[in-house]
Design a protein around this ligand. Sequence first.
Ligand SMILES: [Zn+2]
Length: 221
Amino acid sequence: MNKALVRLMAGFRRFKEKYFQEELENSIYRRLASSGQTPKTFLIGCSDSRVDPAILTGALPGELFVVRNVANLVPPCEPSAVGFHGTSSALEFAVVNLKVENIIILGHRQCGGIRALMRGPQENPDSFVSQWMNIAKDARKVVMQEHGNEDEETRIRYAEMESIKVSLRNLMTFPFVREAVESGQLSCIGVYFDLEEGELWEFDQDTNKFRQLELTRHGVT
Ligand SMILES: [Zn+2]
């Protein structure tokens, strides 16, 4: 049998022992299977294998509705009839059908998509990644204007954070998101995971800056 599948099955056996306990009438999956999912949070994360939202947050099954794409980007609202819109359709389902209360955009350090964006599209401008990363081209522009003299790694780090701000702005171009935010039913949050330092940063709309979250035993300050 394929080695990756063997490993996957071993993991699935542990998962099943934990969440499908036959003797427990109210085991997590019995409940989720009979009453359906009611996640309160929609998370947009990167496809990067080191940034799995459920592992990072210890979320239980049913807690997070997630879409992952290259560089955790939210595209602007575009006509649904043209092209295919994976992230936009997940967003629509989360807000309109599931009526989530929070949207979290989870960016991260060492993002390959952002690195490609900062190196410019000259390598392969027609590739899917280059086209996709155009969503964040304003982030590149801002960083080159404000931090053009910094070294490449520092510029990439700024761009990783700046692109979260672009995605937060793009969220508001979807009428159903704007409406839910304006009526106080939905919050949009930008978070940055520094995987080198093991730190979380939150975007503060008031100061327009990221601030490091201090982790305590019971949560966050
Ligand atoms: Zn990434």
